[in-house]
Write a new protein. Structure first.
Length: 202
């Protein structure tokens, strides 16, 4: 079986389209809506639909459909960048993302992010290792995190993404399979910016 069954993949694309419709905005205005509705009880539904559509889009766009040779080349480049920017390198990043997924109860997201200080020069908070794994519950996301960061890679750990394909108690298998299906060619430019900030600020 591939990472996601055709049924689950269709379900997720359908959810993304439905949430976008309910948010009543196009893709280009999602981020603005997420930020403007955050923490507002009167706009809670709008925030949920916009945030979920944005995060799910990030997740789906990050799944590979390329050929094996291209995948391996991109993966090796991404792994080299993770070795520079993540504490413990790509092996630790993989371990930490899978472990974070196992800690979710029911609904949430695991994100690889680039942490920065919040200043105008976006200097990395940790100059040695600017990349980090963060776990978010429900519809929360890096976009509204009070700890400044930029999103790089998303793992959907809502039950609708994995339960039907993998079964109860097997979220670890799902997360491990996801790691092998990441579209690294999409991640490399983001990793390159994050790790170059480390090198510039060393």
């Amino acid at each position: 079986m591939s990472f996601l069954s055709p049924t689950t993949r269709s379900l997720l694309h359908g959810l993304r389209a439905d949430w976008m419709r309910r948010a009543k905005v196009d893709a280009g205005r999602l981020l603005a809506l997420i930020k403007s509705t955050y923490g507002r009880p009167d706009r809670a539904a709008d925030h949920f639909y916009a945030a979920q559509s944005w995060s799910l889009g990030h997740f789906l766009d990050g799944i590979t459909s390329g050929n094996c040779m291209e995948y391996r080349r991109s993966r090796d480049t991404a792994y080299s960048l993770l070795d520079v920017g993540y504490p413990g390198g790509w092996v630790a990043c993989r371990r930490d993302m899978i472990a974070a997924g196992e800690r979710v109860i029911g609904a949430g997201w695991v994100w690889l992010v680039w942490e920065w200080s919040g200043t105008t020069d976006i200097a990395p908070r940790n100059r040695q290792h600017p990349l980090a794994v963060r776990l978010y519950s429900g519809a929360a996301s890096p976009i509204v995190d009070e700890r400044p960061c930029s999103p790089i890679l998303a793992l959907d750990v809502w039950e609708h993404a994995w339960l039907a394909d993998y079964g109860p108690g097997r979220i670890r298998d799902y997360a491990a399979a996801w790691w092998e299906a990441v579209a690294w060619e999409r991640v490399i430019p983001l990793l390159a910016v994050a790790t170059s900030s480390k090198l510039v600020n060393d």
